[in-house]
Design a protein around this ligand. Structure first.
Ligand code: ZN
Length: 163
């Protein structure tokens, strides 16, 4: 049985709220991992792009997509992993950057800003918003984050590095 009651847009919405396993406040839509859902050849073709080439979250996310769709009686889905174009932190939505900040992680600068010399040496503290911060380590809790300390409120925080 092919469940074609849902259109590809509805399927997109069903799976868009899957949380990222590393930063659960962000959904795969927030991060820009979920690219597209198309109805093609009696299949829902879901395209996802890993945040980093060796992203360990992809098997988890693929399983979650299938599990959720199965709950809706959808078994005809194919997951395509697309590396072209490559994911960049510029794909994070505005909401994603806000959620990160509320979560205590400084959101990534836009790539055009991060390229400016010294831009990443003045990351705004997610707690007090001061831009007087010191880089403690280029690798924070994960390789995609750097560890900073705020010079104003002394908060130690992760910065989601521009990628
Ligand atoms: Zn601070």
């Amino acid at each position: 049985m092919v469940n074609s009651k849902l259109n590809s847009h509805q399927v997109f919405n069903l799976i868009s709220e899957i949380p990222d396993p590393e930063i659960p406040v962000l959904t795969i839509r927030d991060l820009g991992i979920l690219r597209d859902v198309k109805w093609d050849n009696n299949n829902y073709n879901v395209t996802i792009t890993p945040t980093y080439t060796a992203c360990p979250a992809i098997p988890f996310i693929s399983n979650e997509i299938k599990r959720i769709l199965n709950e809706y009686g959808i078994y005809n889905c194919e997951i395509n992993i697309s590396y072209e174009p490559a994911w960049t932190t510029d794909w994070l939505t505005k909401e994603a950057k806000l959620k990160l900040k509320q979560y205590g992680i400084a959101p990534p600068l836009h790539s055009s800003c991060a390229k400016k010399i010294g831009a990443e040496s003045q990351i705004h503290c997610p707690r007090c918003n001061s831009n007087k911060s010191t880089l403690l380590s280029n690798f924070g809790s994960t390789a995609c984050k750097a560890l900073y300390k705020c010079n104003s409120c002394e908060e130690v925080f992760d910065y989601f590095k521009c990628h």
